[in-house]
Design a protein around this ligand. Structure first.
Ligand SMILES: *[C@@H]1O[C@H](CO)[C@@H](O)[C@H](O)[C@H]1NC(C)=O
Ligand SMILES: *[C@@H]1O[C@H](CO)[C@@H](O)[C@H](O)[C@H]1NC(C)=O
Ligand SMILES: *[C@@H]1O[C@H](CO)[C@@H](O)[C@H](O)[C@H]1NC(C)=O
Ligand SMILES: *[C@@H]1O[C@H](CO)[C@@H](O)[C@H](O)[C@H]1NC(C)=O
Ligand SMILES: *[C@@H]1O[C@H](CO)[C@@H](O)[C@H](O)[C@H]1NC(C)=O
Ligand SMILES: *[C@@H]1O[C@H](CO)[C@@H](O)[C@H](O)[C@H]1NC(C)=O
Ligand SMILES: *[C@@H]1O[C@H](CO)[C@@H](O)[C@H](O)[C@H]1NC(C)=O
Length: 622
């Protein structure tokens, strides 16, 4: 019996508060059956009954199941379900088990459904695209510099000499249940099993200021908070956000244009839509950042940020450039608040309309625009609906947007938008998104980027990556050394045919041509594959992985990526929990509740079904 531990050992009080034996058996049966999308819908029925017993019953039951299966350490099971369980229970009480929202829920939470087809929705535009769009012409002026940092994930409880080889999603802290001397003591500057110590973050800001001393501004695409999602509190997150704002302000001379990340909230990923009435609203996040960012973005944009769910737009003083910072989390699959209604809401909190409004303002003023946000619009963990609608905006304002900037994946990547995704050529490539690698050392060497930007066109002329090498013998010496890693222009420019002319930008057409090179030149592709994780933790990428990776480069629209894991086949047969490869969305989400529940349904069905189709060769390259 899978639930034997639960039924046998739980104190009576807990059992009364949680589900009855009959309901538990029903859930157990449904879990055993949950191997595909329709059986996931069936599973939601008893889970709804459980949710109607109340949040406590729901949370207690799942904490027990998590413990029974040893899916995580007891403190992690308790913390994750106590935080996220009430949101899932809230959803289940409000939706039909058979509807489309339930399908989306089953995709995000259990990994058992494919996303449903995109719901047609035409984004309204105030004006048609101009027949003769303004031509932004370079006069050959020297480019200016822009720093791009992302996913700092600073762990302010990082503890020197604590256990770096622990059993929790993130290590290098003095966890209460860890006893005995550490097998691998945490060094002063970081470890690949741990989020960034303050020393590492400070050294990056100092290096960025030193190397990018002429930079006009810095883009920070979000995720301040560390991955201890089972522990974070509103007090801690507020402190984390304020502390990093202060550190950026003290170390970077030029202004910072930040964006909100999925970890910059409590619980992580949780941003309730304004149609949801809940005491768990996150206006405090927007207020904290409004106060913290005003020094850079100005009072008007700060006010807008506070009133537009964390999004704002600001014209860079002295430049014909508008920066539009979008809170992407309402379009994020792992934001479980978006599954609490049977009615599909195309534009939660009006953020698509906000983006249109700001791009129209830029077009009307003859400005160019940078869009910045946390989650890249083409990723598998973005909702296909909102990604499609966002792409309509990209296509409409392709002449205004010079480039887009994201983080979240922790990888050095790019994504291309096309006016026709079924005819991907240099001429149909319409927009380019640059994805910054992370500071946190959990997915490769800590890194940041510096762009060269043409001051007339605001096109990107070069992107240079700087790293600190966590495997270098002197990494733990003080302070960590930062070094030049590669220049996109110098490395990739000569590979395309014809070679990139000296005055040509790294625009969408160029990046498309580069994907054509990657498709035929294995050496060039493997170089990119090494750069993804900055030469640390490099993952082998065979031909089918390469095909999926190139497909993903050509997808700034989520429905076009090739990441969708086959539902129900998350893990390779025979893999134990410890060896389950971390998928890209897990790296971003930080092994949250969906990771645990996906592991649960896989564990239950793996123990029942001996022969299954193995996982596709490359769900991701992380
Ligand atoms: C499990 O699946 C079997 C076969 O499809 C079905 O007969 C049974 O009713 C299902 N049980 C539950 C609890 O859904
Ligand atoms: C990490 O800890 C495990 C036991 O939890 C141990 O088997 C392993 O040897 C340790 N690794 C290192 C590098 O010390
Ligand atoms: C939610 O936000 C949108 C966009 O600002 C607004 O139009 C709508 O009225 C709001 N809904 C509620 C219930 O506050
Ligand atoms: C693909 O796009 C190119 C460039 O715009 C165009 O010339 C060609 O006709 C298109 N092909 C198809 C099949 O649409
Ligand atoms: C990092 O340092 C290690 C050890 O010296 C070395 O093998 C590796 O090539 C370095 N990585 C990079 C990206 O420089
Ligand atoms: C892309 O490649 C085509 C040839 O396939 C070439 O005509 C075009 O100039 C290239 N564009 C860029 C920006 O490199
Ligand atoms: C393939 O790419 C490598 C760089 O990674 C380059 O040196 C080589 O010349 C390229 N091969 C061809 C045939 O273009």
């Amino acid at each position: 019996m899978f639930f034997k531990g639960l039924l046998g050992t739980l104190p009576l009080l807990t059992l009364l508060r949680s589900a009855s034996g009959d309901l538990l058996r029903e859930i157990e049966d449904a879990l055993k059956n949950a191997t595909d999308c329709s059986s996931c819908h069936a599973l939601l029925v008893p889970l709804q009954t459980l949710a109607h017993l109340g949040d406590d019953a729901f949370v207690d039951t799942f904490v027990s199941v998590c413990d029974d299966f040893g899916l995580e350490d007891p403190d992690v099971c308790q913390g994750i379900f106590a935080k996220d369980g009430p949101i899932l229970a809230h959803d289940l009480r409000r939706i039909s088990a058979t509807g489309q929202t339930a399908t989306k829920f089953c995709d995000a939470v259990f990994g058992l459904c494919n996303p449903p087809p995109v719901n047609a929705f035409a984004v309204p535009f105030p004006k048609a695209a101009p027949a003769n769009p303004k031509a932004f012409k370079s006069t050959g002026k020297l480019p200016f510099q822009v720093i791009h940092i992302s996913d700092v994930h600073i762990d302010r409880f990082y503890t020197l000499d604590s256990e770096a080889n622990c059993t929790k999603p993130i290590c290098c802290r003095n966890f209460a249940d860890e006893t005995g001397p550490p097998t691998e003591p945490a060094g002063p500057n970081g470890n690949s099993h741990c989020d960034s110590p303050v020393t590492l973050a400070d050294s990056m800001l100092e290096a960025a200021q030193r190397i990018g001393s002429t930079a006009k501004f810095t883009l920070f695409t979000g995720d301040v908070v560390e991955h201890t999602s089972w522990l974070v509190t509103k007090t801690e997150v507020t402190n984390d956000l304020e502390a990093f704002n202060a550190e950026m302000a003290s170390k970077l001379k030029a202004p910072v244009y930040p964006a909100i990340g999925n970890h910059d909230s409590v619980p992580s990923n949780a941003f309730p839509r304004n149609t949801t009435i809940t005491s768990m609203d996150v206006q405090w996040v927007f207020d904290t950042q409004s106060a913290g960012w005003a020094r850079w973005i100005g009072a008007t944009a700060a006010l807008q940020e506070g009133h537009t769910s964390g999004s704002y737009s600001a014209v860079v003083p002295g430049l014909n450039l508008r920066i539009i910072s979008v809170n992407t989390q309402y379009w994020y699959k792992q934001n479980f608040w978006v599954y609490d209604s049977n009615i599909q809401q195309p534009d939660p909190n009006g953020l698509l309309a906000f983006t249109v409004q700001e791009l129209q303002a830029a077009e009307d003023a003859g400005q160019r625009a940078f869009i910045i946000g946390h989650i890249p619009m083409g990723k598998e963990d973005l909702l296909n609906d909102q990604s499609n609608y966002y792409d309509q905006i990209t296509q409409r304002y392709k002449n205004t947007i010079s480039a887009q900037f994201f983080g979240h994946s922790h990888k050095d990547q790019f994504e291309i938008a096309y006016s026709d995704y079924s005819n991907q050529t240099a001429s149909t490539a319409t927009s380019i998104a640059f994805i910054a690698p992370a500071l946190t050392p959990t997915s490769g060497n800590p890194a940041f980027k510096i762009y060269d930007v043409d001051p007339d066109t605001f096109e990107i002329m070069d992107a240079r990556v700087y790293i600190t090498n966590i495997s270098a013998p002197n990494f733990q010496s003080s302070p960590p050394q930062w070094e030049f890693y590669y220049s996109a222009r110098a490395t990739y420019g000569p590979l395309v045919t014809p070679p990139l002319p000296a005055d040509a930008p790294l625009d969408a057409a160029f990046w498309h041509n580069l994907t054509e090179v990657f498709a035929v030149n294995g050496t060039a592709f493997q170089m990119f594959n090494t750069f993804i994780s900055r030469g640390g933790d490099v993952q082998a990428c065979d031909d089918s992985c390469k095909a999926a990776t190139i497909c993903d480069m050509r997808a700034l629209r989520a429905e076009n990526n090739c990441d969708n894991p086959t539902p129900g086949f998350m893990f390779k047969r025979g893999e134990t929990e410890a060896h389950i490869s971390v998928s890209e969305s897990d790296a971003c989400e930080g092994k949250g509740i969906a990771h645990i529940l996906k592991a649960l349904v896989n564990r239950v069905s793996l123990s029942l079904i001996s022969m299954r189709v193995p996982a596709t060769a490359c769900l991701d390259t992380s």
